[in-house]
Design a protein around this ligand. Sequence first.
Ligand SMILES: [Zn+2]
Length: 290
Amino acid sequence: MGPGPARRPVGDAVELLTNPALARLHPTGNHPERQDRLLGLGGETVERNATAEQLARAHTADYLALLERIDRPVQLDADTVASETSWQAAMLAAGIALEAVDRGGFALVRPPGHHALADRAMGFCLVNNVAVAARYAQAELGLERVAIVDFDVHHGNGTEAIFRGDDSVLFVSLHQWPFYPGTGGPGTSDGSTLNLPLPAGSGDDEYRAAFGEVDRIVQSFAPDLLLVSAGFDAHEQDPLAQMLVSDSGFRELAQRCSALAPRVAAVLEGGYNLATLPRLVAVAQEGFSS
Ligand SMILES: [Zn+2]
């Protein structure tokens, strides 16, 4: 066990941490990453913004200034919108991710983060919440070795790019490939990056088999902290992708993540079926808590 605040007592459920203002502050209309995604997920309301210094560990000053200056609805890339209060949403989402690190909790936040690059928005993402959380754990909690497991159906290209070449952060991604954003294909792993591209139509059996490699690589890395980019868009009823992971498959993924480090925290990424997201968050909470 690494230094820093005590981990969650054994037997207690992982806390769900959120803030309903994340809906109001980042209006997206009929976009798949819509305001109603957080409805019905539950969670304790947390009032905590990431500071400029904390955000600057993962993003360039110029990019953060651009987000802060937005004063009307804008399109930042082909599928990423923002408006005058999105900066507040981004600071709050990242701040709740930091709180999740402190408490070993599950941050239920939007906008998601794992496509956001150091210097630009991408794929519904403004600030890379999990990257800011990893740097916070290292710089402020003394947790030196951080592993990130990303089971969102899309490759976490932003997180990969931010930590590429940094041996203190292991990045692991299971994702549909070929698929958006196009990165993370065969032959793109290295000493601190493990990409496990899976074909469309993969379900619980394929994810279970691929996770054997995750177990092996993460255990040999021996992280002080494991962060999970928990997206639920690999679910069999998600409208954006073609994977077939079941509810119990997500419980198992979360459970296996929770066994990989002395401290574990999770951050919501994708998951776009509003009818299934609340129960998938609940089964993942069970898995993380076991
Ligand atoms: Zn996704």
